[in-house]
Design a protein around this ligand. Sequence first.
Ligand SMILES: [Zn+2]
Length: 218
Amino acid sequence: MTDWKATLTSYGVAMTGSFHFVGTQGHQADQGLHFETYIDKDRITLFPGLLPSLAQDIALQAAQYSVDMVVGLALGAISLGQTVATILQKPFGFLTSDLKLRSAYQEAIQGKRIVLIEDIINTGWSTKQAAEVIQQAGGKVLAALCVWDRSTQLPPIQQPIHSLVRQSFPVWTLDLCLRNGPCARGVPIKRSPGHGRQLELLHKYASPPLQRTLHFVD
Ligand SMILES: [Zn+2]
């Protein structure tokens, strides 16, 4: 199978360098977590051959199950899940971003053996909630499959999780990053992607002025 970590890095989907990132968690940039690898899943669809190849390898893993239907999680796994379903020649449905099933899918899921497709699994909690919604609609979730599993703890679901890349990254709060993370070492924060630019603005106009210096880079 393809070395997906290397491939996604070469396409710029996974980004690392002499900088680090601020995540979009929380509403304020100063609450976002700092980390050194950014996975920009939006970039996957910018390369015409990439998504079908990812879907091919996910379909290979799904083929070990006796699957009736493929369900993707919006938004990231709609096109991915649909491509997997096309390869497996199975029906496809999706869960909306607020983890709801539209009526056509609600009916179709009943009594079906299902594989759940995600792009990135961060904690596994949305996977767990999605599996519960499917079970409540009368479907049986056999497994969850994703491109990148970056969860740091064992995901909270009973079903197996398969991923093309299994790697988590250390994360720091702003305080911890200033104490012993990349910020403490003077590694600049990338303005984009992520919330770097917002943090820079907050930092610039902070009142009273912050004691510590943050560095930013484009
Ligand atoms: Zn930092």
